[in-house]
Design a protein around this ligand. Sequence first.
Ligand code: SF4
Length: 763
Amino acid sequence: MAKKTNAQPPEKLTGIEFAEVPHSAVGFKAIKQSVSHITKEVGLIKGIGLLSKLNQKDGFDCPGCAWPDPDEKRAFLAEYCENGAKAVAEEATKNRVSPLFFASHSVEELSTWSDYEIGKSGRITNPMYLPEGETNYEEISWDNAFKIIGEELNSLNSPDEAIFYTSGRTSNEAAFLYQLFVRQFGTNNLPDCSNMCHESSGAALSETLGIGKGSVTLDDFNHADLVIVMGQNPGTNHPRMLTALGENKKNGGKIITINPLPEVGLMNYKDPQNPLKWIGSGQDLTDVFLQVKINGDVALLKIILKLMVEKENQEPNSVFDHDFINQKTHGIQDFLDDLKNYSIKELVPQTGIPLSKIIEATDLIISKKNIIICWAMGLTQHKNAVETIREVVNLLLLKGSIGKKGAGTCPVRGHSNVQGDRTMGIWEKMSDEFLDKLDTAFNFKSPRKHGFDVVNSIEAMHNKKAKVFFGMGGNFVSATPDTEYSATALRNCNMTVHVSTKLNRSHLIHGKKALILPCLGRSEKDVQESGEQFVSVENSMGKVHQSHGDFQPISEELLSEPAIVAGLAKATLKNRSVNWDEMIANYDNIRDKIAQVIPGFENYNQKVRQDAGFYLPNNARENNFEPTKTGKANFSINKPSEIKLKENEFVLMTIRTHDQYNTTIYGLNDRYRGVLNERRVIFMNVDDMKKAGLKKLDKVDLINNFDNIKRVANGFLVVPYNIPKQNTATYFPEANVLVPIKSVADISNTPTSKTIIITIQKS
Ligand code: SF4
């Protein structure tokens, strides 16, 4: 029976406004924003209930980013940030997208709404089906939904014609079952959101250190002498990282920040858990800020490395950790020989930073022994991203700053379980070792041919070589590059299916047939045959812990993600070597199987019930580099980027506002950059504006011509900003239309969303 809908398009944009860029991040304003969001979306009483369980040991994991929670002490009522509170508010919203909503709004009409308006419509209450040629989604039973999917999958000429995408919210239990189903179906087409973010980190770290994950724990920030933050904006994207940086400073640590934009969160911060600090000037974080040009990072690192070598030559043993280098590393001589090929004079212009500033930072690096280097998309989404991260490793190896307390690598992951999903086997090229164990545990033979990553999947759908798209979470069309191309890819499919909590753009850019399968949110109770279940996730630092939803699901028609996978498997697979019902009846059964297949998960059910979970083995953390090809930590040889711009060209990078998380738009303000109520803006250097004859708030079109294909993003307002010359920035996902599908990072195949060459013309 159709249910009532209370979903209406929210307020529209009413025109851009500017506010002063704040001096500090977080503090009382962040708390005020959190409370205001949660009250608006769910009401104050329920809101307080939700927040009191967020990131607590007996509560549920934040559906936002993957930053870890403290192992021991957790603040009652406040173990979250503004964005965590917003993420929970979005999930627990009072608004509903019911069958009546879909009956009242055709797909065509909904397609005219903005991403913000679509997202604000609310939680999806029932499974929905869009039959071929119909204009509106209609309600469907779960049984029929699974039957339609099973029939479509079984009608394909080959299992490789289906794509099974995963976004990083999926729990370990759901991800493990999902990859098992997909491999039993017969393909490794398991692209995930990691292909678009930290794939470059995984590739660089596996090769050099023998593990594709970071090596530090949260406690290492208390012991580091120096933290270098590169290509990252934690104030918006991983806000509780600021607490770790603040603690580091209190313990006498120093911070170097390397970024094209001077992001507020990295400069100064007010601890939200300490009301006494809400007034006053806050805590300064960054000691040395290097405002590097977009993708000037390798050139900058090379200058630093050359200065370090110079100093070591002048004063032997004053810079390098020779014991570490001799015992643990491979390839130093080749690396040092290559470094001689570069001249500091030629490298400096590529960075855009005065040499004196670089020397100041290098002196700090030289004087410190325990160094952590953190990074995010500012390093990973360039053509030479893998080389950049390998150069980061070179610096750490020279200093022996890995495999000891207070030192190491820290790629900061985005979505909350993106790292765990990989560990569970969501990858298009899992090792034979993993697949062999999976086969033994479930008595079948999984395919060995590597599958498609995100870029390959889009191309396969575009070329009609893949015909079914299944998305376990996420908003594929908004997250992926080259929007028009990706949209055509989805439209070319015979069927698109999305497991979702809320309505998003990808439900509206669909295949001939389309299904939406609504699932439980993180905060909601998951009751199966044996009683209430919990799931588990892995944070950015390799710690696995429980997540236990406590709140009544918003509809009786929702299924958990593991139950959806089981339904799908039962409707699709002919030969069954898995008792899917038993797996779903009690998630301990899934975890027992994970324990059989994945190293580090032995006694999973017991270990995950420990207080705050358990750390997975991490060879780099343990100062052991045997898993690399040489059996040692590898120095590598890397080239600076070679972006050559014509006079009228600019490099564009996509960034996020403070009011969004990935593709989810919580609001229309970017408080930390002082831009309110408008998302179609382009941040430009004032000198560039003058040269191009542009004034503040001129409306411009952005044009990319990669591979002689013209891509245009229309109607952006020019905003003067503190950004290096010939560098510009705009918001994601609006600017994704400009990211060419074929412009990808070497080795990792990650779209180069931080190096887009554009010209700008008045609209
Ligand atoms: S830092 Fe990340 S994980 Fe923590 S509360 Fe904020 S969004 Fe959630």
